[in-house]
Design a protein around this ligand. Structure first.
Ligand SMILES: Nc1ncnc2c1ncn2[C@@H]1O[C@H](COP(=O)(O)OP(=O)(O)OP(=O)(O)O)[C@@H](O)[C@H]1O
Ligand SMILES: [Mg+2]
Length: 532
């Protein structure tokens, strides 16, 4: 045994190393402290700490004598400077030594820099001649690898290796703490970003309210939502503008086991083509002009949660390729980055564009559509579920009444009839806006016809008239007009013209009211024979 390494000296050194190391939270300062404590016992020129992540070694900290960290330099900046200076790739370190270090927990000694197992390692590229790699463990757990290097060709003796192993033991706690601290910082950053997304989320949900409606068409949609929510399947929601696609996407997230994590929405149509990839996948510092900091993308933020790709049909072609890879392999890279990241985020996409058509036009990849379309949900337009109109109108009327502090009790019958007869090209969003305006304008306690401003009301006098007349009178009016036209709906002197409505509209009303128009033709002006 080396005389320097016995009794009191040993005790003092271990104590000094442990104390020095434990007084630092920052890893490279821990290493500097250890180097200081070793002074006079074992000469080392540098120390490195690395961990294993997904099978790859990752350098976490470095201390090099003669290349000290600048006083206000961050650890990352220092590592980067080191990597650039030595050409050691991106902090990756000794991947092939993993079996010995991580699995077998063996100390490795390299006294010959030409040892083939050092090929390509950061230690070798940094100019180290000799090295000792000690596995740091706590109980059963592997914490990190600690490497001591010498820049001169003076082999480590077995005694010195013993010293380094002894020193490494009390240092383990400090390294574990420093790594945990780093992890906390990382998670805190993630949490802050996620909180922001969550806060935006809560505001949006509060404004959106629930999904109102009792029609069979909507019930079918909600059933599909309930069935797919529990799974991790990709969902593609289609439907005209304003039909409630976003609400459905939220319902899928809320009903899923991911509800506690973020639902991160990306409007693929709102971002300029050049920024969408960085928004989705993040970017590295300096990836493009203006990329001053590394930024996490939405797929990273949605870890454990859901990414909602709104207007997915608008994705530019290169991003379609990257998204396809995420859906197939769950992998992506940040813009300007080479590190492959994995995501476990669930994807829900929506489009009001006909994607099959977009595929035919060559604007959307068919393989991407195939991957997105695992579980399609079509949200029907409002005109296909007219039964929902009164419910939704009343719902928004009461919401806005409360919000605006008014004393409105509801919508009167004639106004409701008009709302039900309108085609709602803008679907629920249009209905919601019309109701909001009516609540603002209303003076009475019931919303009446004059409170609603529908763009096509002027063009649809029939709707107004029929609505004013009430449903009972509607039949009578139509029958009278048919009587006068002898059952003819179309053309000059037809019933449609007399009522001032498009013939197709009248036809559908005739069908709805089960009026037998042929009865008028056959019997001339005789009283109509009504179907039950
Ligand atoms: N069933 C419903 N009951 C009540 N309100 C609804 C319902 N569906 C949608 N809405 C409301 O209608 C508005 C439009 O809904 P949403 O934004 O989900 O539609 P969208 O299909 O995503 O529209 P776009 O294609 O224009 O993006 C929202 O304010 C939403 O709260
Ligand atoms: Mg939308």
């Amino acid at each position: 045994m080396d005389t320097r390494w016995s009794g009191e000296a040993k005790y003092q050194t271990l104590l000094a190393a442990a104390q020095a190391a434990n007084s630092q939270r920052d890893l490279s300062r821990v290493l500097a402290a250890v180097a200081g404590a070793l002074k006079g016992l074992v000469s080392v020129d540098g120390l490195l700490v690395f961990t294993y992540e997904g099978g790859r070694a990752r350098m976490r900290a470095i201390y090099l004598r003669g290349a000290p960290r600048r006083s206000c330099e961050s650890q990352q900046a220092y590592l980067r400077r080191f990597s650039e200076a030595t050409g050691a790739a991106d902090g990756t370190y000794v991947a092939r030594l993993r079996d010995a270090i991580e699995r077998d927990r063996r100390t490795l000694v390299f006294n010959d820099k030409n040892d083939p197992s050092l090929e390509g390692t950061a230690a070798k590229r940094s100019g180290a001649e000799c090295g000792v790699v000690v596995p740091l463990t706590m109980g059963e757990a592997f914490v990190a690898g600690l490497t001591f290097v010498r820049m001169t060709l003076s082999p480590f003796s077995p005694d010195e290796v013993q010293v380094l192993e002894d020193v490494a033991r009390p240092v383990t706690t400090a390294v574990a703490n420093a790594l945990a601290f780093e992890e906390i910082q990382r998670l805190r950053g993630l949490l802050e970003d996620e909180n922001l997304a969550l806060r935006e989320e809560i505001a949006a949900t509060a404004a959106a309210g629930g999904i109102i409606g009792a029609s069979a068409a909507l019930r079918e949609v909600l059933e599909r939502v309930a069935r797919v929510a529990a799974t991790d399947s990709t969902v593609l929601i289609t439907g005209e503008t304003g039909t409630g696609k976003e609400l459905i996407a939220r319902a899928i997230h809320t009903g899923s086991p991911r509800a506690k994590r973020a639902l991160v929405r990306v409007n693929c149509a709102a971002l300029p083509e050049g920024l969408i990839a960085s928004e989705l996948f993040g970017h590295e510092r300096g990836a493009f002009t203006g990329a001053l900091e590394r930024r996490r993308g939405r797929f990273e933020l949605a870890s454990g949660g859901t990414v909602f790709l709104d207007e997915v049909g608008e994705l530019p072609a290169p991003v379609q390729v990257a998204l396809l890879r995420v859906l197939q392999e769950r992998e992506f890279e940040r813009v300007g980055g080479s590190e492959t990241l994995r995501t476990d985020a669930r994807v829900v996409a929506a489009s009001n564009r006909n994607l099959e058509e977009a595929v035919r036009e060559g604007k959307f990849r068919s393989d991407l559509l195939f991957r997105l379309n695992v579980f399609p949900i079509r949200v029907p337009p409002l005109r296909e579920r007219a039964e929902d109109i009164p419910l939704i109108a009343e719902y928004w009327a009461s919401q806005y009444t409360r919000k605006l502090g008014k004393a409105i009790k509801g919508i009167d019958e004639s106004a409701m009839a008009v709302l039900c007869g309108y085609r709602w090209p803008g679907n629920i969003r249009e209905l919601q806006n019309v109701v909001e305006r009516a609540v603002i304008l209303a003076r009475g306690s019931l919303l009446g016809l004059s409170d609603f401003e529908l763009p096509s009301l002027a063009a649809a006098p029939e709707a107004v008239r029929l609505a004013r007349a009430g449903p009972g009178d509607e039949r009578q009016q139509i029958e009278e007009a048919l009587k006068a036209s002898r059952g003819r709906v179309y053309g000059d002197g037809g019933a449609a013209e007399a009522l001032g409505v498009p013939p197709s509209t009248l036809e559908s009303r005739i069908r709805r009211l089960a009026i037998d128009k042929h009865a008028f033709r056959r019997r001339g002006s005789a009283p109509p024979a009504l179907k039950p």
